[in-house]
Design a protein around this ligand. Structure first.
Ligand SMILES: [Zn+2]
Length: 238
């Protein structure tokens, strides 16, 4: 299956939180999008790998993505080495996405910056003809996505570009809140975490609203880029 966008997250829920509205918007525009989670989030304080698998499948259905896979890397401990790069390369060559979206380049959780660099390095390596990979005994062809975008997570990083997602915040919130064990729930008996407060759930909307205000729309999601943003005409920008 050929995809337009392949979005990676170190943990199930990273993609929904980081760029759920952008993905929903692109799907509404007819693009095919897939999600690859690097780990099962088994070290998360609340919930388990099993509950998160169910939640991530529900969230994928809400966003309308074509495919979602989990690479099963070790939560907290995966590294950016040849073995992990090859697993990511296999996904890139399998789905041949035009664009990659991945974790924030720098963040509070150590897996986010690590996952970001791992996926970005794999995007480059995936284009090299002498790196051979096979899936079910089939030799894969090299594939390099055109662009790599990084969503913004816990830290308020300065975006290089922002996407107007005004009509897609509701579907994003639905997808995020599909992770019932992770976020604010007044009745939960599980320990509190940085993302289980009411303020965190509220922040998903108020941060997008603030970013939207700065560019004259209702809600926006921000991204950082690795290459200069290039346009055909100065009038291309909103
Ligand atoms: Zn995460």
């Amino acid at each position: 299956m050929k995809l337009d966008i392949l979005a990676f997250g170190a943990h199930p829920d990273d993609v929904e939180l980081g760029c759920g509205a952008t993905i929903a918007k692109e799907i509404a525009n007819g693009k095919k999008v897939g999600i690859i989670d690097l780990t099962k989030g088994e070290l998360g304080t609340r919930g388990t790998a099993v509950t998160r698998a169910t939640e991530s499948s529900n969230a994928a259905g809400i966003l309308g993505v074509s495919v979602r896979e989990n690479l099963g890397f070790a939560d907290g401990f995966f590294v950016n080495d040849r073995q992990h790069q090859l697993e990511v390369i296999k996904m890139i060559r399998k789905y041949k996405p035009e664009l990659i979206i991945c974790n924030a380049i720098d963040d509070r959780h150590i897996d986010h910056g690590k996952g970001s660099k791992l996926v970005s390095d794999a995007c480059f390596l995936s284009g090299l003809i002498k790196i051979e990979t096979t899936v079910n005994d089939d030799e894969q062809k090299p594939w390099r996505p055109k662009q790599v975008y990084h969503y913004i997570q816990w830290k308020n990083l300065e975006p290089d570009l922002v996407v107007d997602v005004s009509d897609f915040m509701d579907v994003k919130m639905k997808a995020v809140l599909a992770y019932k064990t992770q976020f604010y729930d007044a009745t939960s008996k599980e320990p509190e975490t940085p993302i289980s407060s009411k303020n965190f759930t509220d922040s998903i909307k108020y941060r997008a609203k603030d970013l939207g205000r700065l560019v004259g729309v209702e809600y926006a999601e921000g991204f950082t880029v690795e290459r200069y943003v290039a346009v055909d005409s100065l009038f291309d920008l909103k």
